[in-house]
Write a protein that binds this ligand. Structure first.
Ligand SMILES: C[S@@+](CC[C@H](N)C(=O)[O-])C[C@H]1O[C@@H](n2cnc3c(N)ncnc32)[C@H](O)[C@@H]1O
Length: 279
């Protein structure tokens, strides 16, 4: 391949951005959506945060070994604290960043229940990075597919961590689980990429010396009521409430119940970690 041809290839960061943009919902379907299809249900992430304190995951271990006793943790896209609540045995302070105020309120409540101090910063990362203090360890679980500018996003995580950054993401795009339903209800073929491997390429291109591990273990948490799970699926599919029974029927067979909570089967997850550069 000539230098000229190589120069024309899109960068890994550019491919990531393009692939994420391909998940935009077709205009005519979005225009008819009765509710916002992109919201995250607070209840689900509260249950994840509660479960995180009972069961340590691979990602939690990767963060704990780098966290000094009495250290500080920055949790970006914290939700209710699914990534950081597992670290309270060593942490003195958790700093939660999230674009959603309800999530931050849930995060503060979880921290209080866990008996650890917490600060919150509301806004989108990396836009709020300058207003956010650095920490010993930065964690960021299940946010990467929401970050079109993944290179800038991860570089600001890097300069906010003194010891280590730990990121966790599903191997495939979280929405790809619903692809079959998009075809069934709308006749629309949804994308399949990007994947966690594309994210790794972006991070390496940004100069980060990343290590990673794929794993598959039960990730506890879910909805207390089955209809709240299928209601979320219906909203993501941009369908009105009167199609609820059709959605229940279409995804009913996939639903699992664990510890009294309803969810979908676990999918492979990737933990990615690298050194921080904050002083
Ligand atoms: C899928 S949830 C994951 C929550 C939590 N990290 C966990 O693993 O349980 C994604 C969270 O990231 C937040 N979020 C998405 N993009 C963000 C961004 N660019 N900056 C800050 N928060 C973001 C959402 O509001 C939501 O609370």
């Amino acid at each position: 391949m000539t230098d000229e041809m190589t120069a024309q290839l899109p960068s890994a960061a550019g491919r990531w951005r393009e692939q994420l943009a391909s998940w935009a919902i077709p205009e005519e379907i979005l225009a008819r959506a009765p509710e916002n299809p992109w919201t995250f249900p607070v209840e689900l992430f509260v249950s994840r945060a509660e479960a995180a304190r009972r069961q340590l995951s691979y990602s939690n271990h990767a963060a704990l070994v780098a966290l000094p006793e009495g250290g500080t943790v920055l949790d970006v896209g914290c939700g209710a604290g699914g990534a950081s609540m597992a670290l309270v045995s060593r942490a003195r302070l958790l700093i939660g960043v999230d674009s959603g105020s309800e999530m931050l309120a849930a995060f503060a409540k979880q921290a209080e229940r866990a008996g650890v101090a917490a600060d919150t910063v509301e806004g989108r990362w990396p836009d709020v990075a300058d207003a956010t203090p650095a920490a010993d360890v930065a964690v960021c679980h299940h946010v990467a597919y929401n970050a079109p500018d993944l290179d800038a996003f991860t570089l600001r995580l890097t300069d906010h961590a003194r010891a280590r950054v730990v990121m966790e993401m599903t191997i495939g795009h979280p929405q790809s689980r619903l692809n079959e339903l998009w075809l069934r209800f709308h006749g629309v073929v949804r994308p399949t990429g990007p994947t966690a491997m594309d994210a790794l390429a972006v991070l390496r291109e940004a100069g980060l010396d990343v290590r990673w591990q794929q794993w598959e273990e039960p990730r506890p948490g879910g909805f207390a009521r089955r209809e709240d799970l299928t209601g979320w699926v219906r909203r993501q599919l941009c369908l009105p409430a009167d199609r609820q029974a059709d959605v229940d029927e279409a995804c009913g067979a996939w639903i699992i119940e664990r510890d009294g909570l309803y969810g979908f089967p676990d999918r492979p997850v990737v933990t990615v970690w690298w050194d921080g550069s904050a002083r």
